[in-house]
Design a protein around this ligand. Structure first.
Ligand code: PAF
Length: 281
């Protein structure tokens, strides 16, 4: 496995792969890898000749009061895990390489970035679409792999790819959970043992909502209220949002039907966790 930092170097390697008609699968990450990321690598390896992973903590998707500087980083551990899971190349540029002095260009997907996490984290998705666009231009993948845990991110990236006629397939892989149900996230390391235990309320309340809907509940308001009241019973939990939206366009719904996304963001101390469930009703 090679680790490449320079854009010109990785472009040269990719040119060689393309010459031999190799298909390229791409797994963009911010590092601090967990089983969720490795499931994306496995999916990429099963569908492509070459798998490239990027590890880049992207400053433009963090707000001024967010955790950019303390976001967990461990390149040594990440490269070991990536190599063991069969990644061919890690692309790990510096911030200066990606955003040199005088950088001025941003990509913005409108409307669907103004709800859910976009509302609580203004500018976040503009940073995500900008860096993902740059990475797609550098790597030129045939397929790129994203986790369903960041449900809104996947919807926004798919929209960008469609709107800008980009020539690749976006593959979404299921949420990977710890045995007790907590959705895997690099940010889980911030949780104290008490917060880690309290955070189980997220997957439990989503599961309860899912069961209610499967039994025929049609009222969005009622299901959301039940989730909120369950989470509020946890003293350490502070709800940012709990919402149910149309999964295709992130528009509001009143009656439950079609493709729905139930998404939530909840803070435990200073750690903000997200989780969701997508259903066809
Ligand atoms: O999901 C993430 O880790 C990041 O948002 C991504 C897609 C790597 C862009 O920085």
């Amino acid at each position: 496995m090679r680790i490449i930092e320079k854009i010109s170097d990785i472009k040269a390697v990719i040119k060689e792969y393309k010459k031999f008609c190799k298909t390229v699968g791409f797994v963009p990450t911010m590092g601090y890898l967990h089983e969720g990321h490795l499931s994306l690598v496995r999916a990429s390896k099963s569908q492509n000749d070459i798998t490239i992973m990027s590890i880049f903590v992207n400053p433009t998707q963090f707000g001024p009061s967010e955790d950019f500087s303390k976001y967990p980083r461990d390149m040594e551990r990440d490269s070991r895990l990536a190599e063991e899971s069969g990644v061919d190349i890690i692309f790990a540029p510096t911030v200066e390489e990606m955003y040199p002095d005088g950088y001025k260009t941003y990509v913005n997907v409108e409307t669907i970035t103004e709800v859910l996490c976009g509302k609580s984290r203004p500018g976040h998705f503009k940073g995500v679409t900008t860096v993902v666009n740059k990475l797609f231009n550098i790597i030129e993948p045939d397929r790129a792999y994203f986790g369903q845990k960041d449900a809104q991110q996947v919807i926004v990236i798919k929209k960008m790819v469609r709107d800008l006629n980009m020539n690749l397939e976006i593959v979404t892989c299921p949420i990977v959970r710890e045995q007790d149900g907590l959705a895997m996230s690099s940010r889980n390391v911030y949780l104290s043992p008490e917060e880690r235990k309290a955070a189980l309320i997220l997957s439990q309340s989503l599961q309860e909502a899912q069961n209610l809907i499967l039994k025929g509940e049609k009222s969005r308001a009622k299901v959301i209220e039940i989730i909120k009241s369950r989470i509020s019973c946890e003293k350490l939990a502070k709800i940012d949002y709990v919402q149910m939206l149309d999964a295709k366009d992130l528009k509001d719904i009143e009656l439950i039907g079609g493709s729905i996304l139930i998404a939530l963001a909840v803070k435990f101390g200073s750690t903000r966790l997200i989780d969701n469930v997508m259903m066809e009703v």
